[in-house]
Write a protein of this length. Sequence first.
Length: 291
Amino acid sequence: MLVSLQEMLQEAERNNFAIASINTPNQISLRAVIEAAEDTGMPVTINHAQTEESVVPIEIAVPLMLDYARKSTAAISVHVDHGFDFDHCMKAVRLGCTSIMYDCSRFPLEKNIEEVRRFVDIVKPLGIGVEAELGAMPNNMPSDVHGQETSDLSDLSVYFTDPKEAEVFCERSGCDVLTTSFGTVHGVYAGEPNLDIERIKKIKSLAGDVHLGMHGGSGTPFDQIQAAISAGIKKINYFTAIDTAPAPYLMKTIQESKNPVNFCNLANQAMEIIYERTVEVLNAFKNASHT
Ligand SMILES: [Zn+2]
């Protein structure tokens, strides 16, 4: 069923778990992630990122995502991940997305607040949830598919969100979810992940009714993720580790096959692996309250 992100987050706050927010840029991922949500009983946000426009345009992806969400027995919201342009985000509104990340984190604080406020004032009366970002999220994607440059990862603390700025942002922007920077990386880690859990707690204490999001979940050990959930994180973007999981298995199938390999069989194998990886992730997000 199609459920708003705001509704899901309220339940996550009450029961101390996190909503997984997973990109589904193809039908294999879409089916696998939704099936994993159904089998674990966990609500999930399925995402279309603006950077995935070259993989599948939003006009094609979102109607399909909405259809799958409505037919599912699991609680699913359809979300835009990292919408950088106002016009793109408005297109997502018209297509029926239930929540949208309007990412203006590249701007100075004041302009970030103004832009997000402008968007919130338009979409809040429609019941659409808004996610914003404050503080830079360093980037280390495993390939150049997303067209983003790799960041200098020698000292992640230079990217961290200032809790005082987060407080001002939450008071004035009107966003539902604020994603902050405290040690995660988009893509794969260069070294051992080390999240600043105290920073999350501080931001949570200053954020009022705004829920806290975390991006770059892939590669972060589950015990650190669970500590982040207990400290206040209730929406976690987790994609790279799921998306890269099938490749080694598919390569093995191709290399070991003595006959031409049928793509449908590879697709089914990929779907099974994405499903299994997603189930692991959803269970880890569910069990935070038990740590
Ligand atoms: Zn992100």
